[in-house]
Write a protein that binds this ligand. Structure first.
Ligand code: ADE
Ligand code: ZN
Length: 317
């Protein structure tokens, strides 16, 4: 089934084998002695326990070619799962804080996106994410550094540690991005309360909510999301591995879809959570009893919610 992936952190697609290969070629020390030992450390209790190891993994990325190779490996894997359109998150502050130039990050990722269209038939674009555990001033400075590359990304997002860092902390920088014509998205309601989904919508004015699974706790919010067709980019295997739901069978994806919300299925950080797009679909369908009609709706939602042009949307829906 052709589909769009709207929630993939490119640093979360970095497989342990590639981490070790890049560590060796770049002379970067890592705290694990083998690929197996690193993979064994992928046992998480919540979002923060994952983020600590995710940022450590990204420390092997230094050169433009590294960013290219990481994105290319993801795009080949996505193509194999019949992902024909991908909107890819990247976390520049993770790299610029280590002295890597913004141009190295964006040019490397963008070159892989251009090649993907020509060689894989995958239409890929970039969304720059601000790290919410850092200050809004840091986000504003990051935006400034990225502006020379404005033509190489289509939007901005908000990710990292959610609880204690509400969307409204980033009101000014999102306002500025809106003025620049950038698309706006934000993680909200992954671990955080429904109140964060409300402020992502009403203060940041985002067009989609990343995760949003906590929304089912607030009937008024569910109504708003359904009425305004605000898409939720849901990531079932991520939610399972970060203990948002005890078991996949407990996931609320069916409740979201049956309430008329524009939910989609995505992989989030596939190298860490045990599966790319098709794995997310097959495991979720097996565990929750979703039907073929739900599968069609999920694929349709993914294109409808994407930032691609109307002709591409028509071709696939
Ligand atoms: N960065 C990478 N994956 C993330 C997630 N699931 N939530 C918040 N920030 C992230
Ligand atoms: Zn995410």
């Amino acid at each position: 089934m052709p589909k769009a992936e709207l929630h993939i952190h490119i640093e979360g697609s970095l497989e342990p084998e590639l981490i070790f290969a890049m560590a060796a070629r770049n002379g970067v020390a890592i705290a694990y002695s083998s690929v197996e030992e690193l993979r064994q450390a992928y046992a998480f209790s919540n979002l923060q326990s994952f983020l600590d190891i995710y940022y450590a993994g990204a420390s092997v990325l230094l050169h433009e070619q590294d960013f290219h190779d990481m994105a290319w490996a993801y795009l080949e894997r996505a193509a194999a799962d019949n992902v024909v359109h991908a909107e890819i998150f990247f976390d520049p502050q993770t790299h610029t804080a280590r002295g890597v130039d913004m141009g190295v990050v964006i040019n490397g990722l963008h070159r892989a996106c251009v090649e993907a269209k020509a060689r894989l038939g995958v239409d890929a674009s970039l969304i720059l994410c601000f790290l919410r555990h850092l200050s809004e001033d840091d986000a504003l400075e990051t935006l400034q550094q990225a502006l020379p590359y404005r033509d190489k990304f289509i939007g901005v997002g908000l990710d990292s540690s959610e609880v204690g860092h509400p969307p409204e902390k980033f009101a000014r920088v999102f306002e500025k991005c809106r003025g620049l014509g950038l698309h706006l998205v934000a993680h909200a309601g992954e671990e955080g309360p429904p109140a964060y989904v409300w402020t992502a919508l009403d203060v940041l004015k985002v067009e989609r909510i990343d995760h949003g699974v906590q929304s089912t706790k607030d009937p008024a919010l569910m109504k708003r999301l359904a009425q305004d067709r605000i898409a939720l980019t849901v990531c079932p295997l991520s939610n399972l591995k970060l203990c948002v739901f005890p078991q996949l069978a407990d996931h609320n994806i069916r409740e979201l879809l049956d309430a008329g919300l524009a939910a989609t299925i995505n992989s989030d950080d596939p190298a860490y959570f045990g599966g790319y797009m098709n794995e997310n679909f097959t495991q979720t369908f097996a565990a929750t009893g979703l039907t073929a009609a739900h599968a069609y709706q999920l694929a349709k939602n993914s294109f409808d919610a994407s930032f691609t042009d109307a002709a591409t949307k028509r071709r696939y829906t």
